[in-house]
Design a protein around this ligand. Structure first.
Ligand SMILES: C[S@@+](CC[C@H](N)C(=O)[O-])C[C@H]1O[C@@H](n2cnc3c(N)ncnc32)[C@H](O)[C@@H]1O
Length: 277
């Protein structure tokens, strides 16, 4: 996604128009992910899981979000890891969001190398065709990535000296955006809406990688504790999560997906652990 100043101006104008007819202040983060949200869908439990992973590696984890955009997810992480930083290639992002570039974000192209070592590098939804896995793998112990099935690639680190420890899935932002647009901003019969709603397909996958012989066991224990807490107590949430509930993207919601031409039932946010040793 190579965005010029003109593209950003168009996106900003389009957001301005949308706000004139918006039915909820929470819709724009899903419909304008570049300017107001993220390209991967998350709840507060995802933030807490990533923080738990980082703290399993170090008491004071060095955390970096590569391709952090204007920093929506990064600032949520900073509530728990205040020194967390980001690297973003496109300085225009901040102009588009009408905000000064914060000091904790470095403007740089990660393909040409990352200048510090980190405990955890987070890569949320990298642009199709963009591949800086070598640079990331050289500078961290643990990697958390998200990828949109069938769209974003180059998010797997098995061939880079890392092993996959765990994974879970969240809805794809396209599916949530389509639901919002069909339900609230398009005239159609409820029958058509129901048929279209059944077409949701892409899902956003979260992969957790640890350097081989590294922190895999500690990460697994941390995630098991997260799961126990999520199931035992009231799950902390952000205000915008109501939109996900409205459209049937609840915590542990069962969805049918097509995998290798077969229908398979999966649950959103369910953690799958990889049998490593
Ligand atoms: C699809 S957006 C995702 C932004 C944010 N992580 C999110 O999920 O909303 C990809 C981001 O990565 C940035 N990016 C792409 N290639 C990059 C690179 N080589 N180095 C640093 N940032 C890069 C883009 O400018 C863009 O902000």
């Amino acid at each position: 996604m190579s965005l010029g100043k003109g593209d950003l101006q168009m996106a900003v104008e389009s957001l301005r128009q949308f706000r004139k007819c918006s039915h909820s202040p929470y819709h724009e983060r899903f419909s304008f992910p570049l300017l107001r949200g993220t390209y991967f869908i998350y709840r507060k439990i995802d933030v807490l899981r990533v923080v738990a992973i980082a703290k399993a590696v170090s008491k004071n984890p060095r955390y970096c979000d590569i391709g952090c955009g204007y920093g929506d997810f990064l600032t949520k992480i900073q509530r728990f890891i205040p020194d967390a930083t980001g690297i973003e290639k496109n300085s225009g992002m901040f102009y588009g969001c009408n905000m000064p570039k914060p000091d904790y974000v470095t403007i740089a192209d990660a393909r040409w190398g990352i200048d510090k070592n980190f405990d955890v590098i987070f890569v949320g939804w990298m642009d199709p065709g963009m591949d800086f896995r070598d640079a990331v793998a050289a500078k961290t112990e643990v990697i958390v990535t998200t990828l949109d099935q069938g769209i974003s690639l180059a998010a797997e680190f098995d061939g880079h000296g890392f092993e996959r420890v765990a994974s879970w899935r969240t809805p794809s932002w396209e599916d949530v955006n389509t639901e919002i647009m069909n339900r609230h901003y398009t005239k159609m019969s409820s029958e058509t809406y129901r048929i279209l709603s059944r077409l949701r397909g892409a899902h956003n996958l979260w992969y957790v990688y640890s350097r081989k012989c590294g922190n895999s066991e500690a990460i697994k224990s941390a995630l098991v504790k997260c799961l126990e807490r999520e199931k035992r107590t009231f799950v902390e949430r952000y205000d915008f999560e109501g939109v996900l509930d409205e459209f049937g993207f609840s915590y542990l919601e069962e969805l049918t997906i097509l995998s290798n031409s077969k229908k398979e039932k999966v649950r959103l946010w369910e953690i799958q652990f990889t049998n490593i040793r």
